[in-house]
Design a protein around this ligand. Structure first.
Ligand code: MG
Length: 405
């Protein structure tokens, strides 16, 4: 058997709101808006109850308050969201390493490799939804299709808390009634220009000659819109996406300073980062170090490597160099972090260097012990000696590389 619809788009429903509801059950069933509460704040996530009043993400908070005065307005708790995001991605990667994150709560999965274990793509999708519900407590919607674009459109139609499979061959029919604004890369101005052509639905686009679209929208966008409306999308799920990065950072309750304290923390971060890379079967081509001083000024140094790395030893070596380059000296440090970017599939064939170290084997052994007996079962002597070894205080997040800068 081969799945005719091997691409899954998994998208958590009203993610920030649902994360809040996990710890505050009184928010269940009532309109909730997670938004910047300052004067220039905007909505980052609205519950479905609030959406019925017209509240939507990106809208100024003031406008949302007028539309839905009864809603509970909450400031975003990014730490809670990023740790929930980690739990979501851990569940997704337990199904397949072929996971391409799109944002904190959204990813493409290539589930083609699961065909021997599950009878159909729909069963995989429902199993993923159930696993997310069980292990994170959060609702998710899944779209299944032969291509990424259709899978994304399908999850959008499946919301909330649903699953939709668009059968291979039925894509154009599925797209026909949907609004053009739902197309990837189609913003307000493009919508307006399409409306001038009498185009409202995606189906309407297929009646317009490609040459006309190119003339009106420009060659690249015109071609893109035409291709999508005909459900042509060849992009593969890419786990080695340049956009993806991982970082581990910690804000200290008391500022830390001095070479030894900083290096110990850096080693601890490198260790965690390596552990996370191993779990997601990825390696990093760029490493960055972020330092925030007591006065909140932040310095980032990064290095792109000739070959991807994934062991804590290698990450620590590069991070040490970067810390040196940051020129911290004796200044008190409030936050220290290491980021790994330009992630690649660690299983990808790679030229073996003559200077290959046994560190990969060591890290693999450590990881095996940890996965059986827990994180603290094995660690480095230097870390065990450190009084600061507190997993709870460390925050990890998945973020876009630009966030590190
Ligand atoms: Mg979502």
């Amino acid at each position: 058997v081969v799945f005719a619809e091997p691409i899954a788009h998994v998208d958590m429903d009203a993610f920030f709101v649902e994360v809040e509801r996990l710890r505050r059950p009184e928010l269940i069933g009532v309109p909730v808006v997670v938004a910047g509460l300052g004067k220039r704040g905007v909505v980052s996530c609205a519950s479905y109850e609030a959406r019925r009043s017209g509240v939507d993400s990106g809208m100024p908070t003031g406008r949302a308050r007028r539309l839905c005065p009864d809603a509970r307005f909450l400031a975003p708790d990014h730490e809670a969201f990023s740790s929930a995001s980690d739990r979501v991605f851990a569940v997704l990667r337990s199904f397949t390493p072929k996971v391409e994150p799109v944002s904190v709560d959204e990813a493409f999965l290539d589930i083609g490799g699961l065909r021997l274990r599950y009878p159909s793509a729909s069963v995989v999708g429902e199993t993923i939804r159930a696993a997310l519900r069980e292990h994170t407590g959060l609702p998710a919607s899944v779209g299944l299709a032969a291509s990424k674009f259709i899978a994304k459109m399908a999850s959008r139609e499946a919301k909330p808390d649903g699953l939709l499979l668009v059968p291979a061959g039925a894509e154009v029919e599925f797209l026909r009634p949907l609004p053009v604004r739902a197309l990837w890369g189609v913003g307000e101005s493009t919508c307006a220009r399409l409306e001038e052509l009498g185009v409202k639905s995606i189906g309407d686009i297929t009646a317009v000659p490609q040459a006309t679209l190119k003339r009106r929208l420009g060659v690249a966008l015109g071609a893109h819109v035409w291709e999508l409306a005909h459900a042509r999308d060849e992009r593969r799920v890419e786990t080695d996406s340049e956009r993806r990065s991982l970082s581990v950072e910690n804000t200290y309750e008391q500022d830390i300073s001095g070479k030894e304290a900083l290096e110990t923390e850096l080693l601890r971060h490198a260790d965690r980062l390596a552990s996370r890379l191993r779990r997601s079967a990825e390696s990093a081509r760029t490493v960055s170090v972020k330092v925030r001083y007591a006065d909140f000024t932040t310095v980032t140094r990064s290095e792109t490597l000739a070959a991807p790395i994934e062991t804590s030893h290698e990450i620590f070596e590069v991070a040490l160099r970067l810390l040196e380059r940051a020129g911290v000296g004796d200044r008190p440090v409030r936050l220290l972090g290491i980021g790994a970017g330009a992630l690649e599939d660690a299983a990808a064939p790679r030229q073996l260097g003559l200077d290959q170290t046994p560190w990969e084997d060591l890290d693999a052994a450590v990881e095996r012990v940890r996965s059986r007996y827990g994180r603290k079962a094995v660690g480095r002597a230097r870390l065990l000696a450190s009084a600061k070894l507190q997993d709870e205080s460390s925050q990890e997040m998945t973020e876009a590389p630009e966030d590190l800068g």
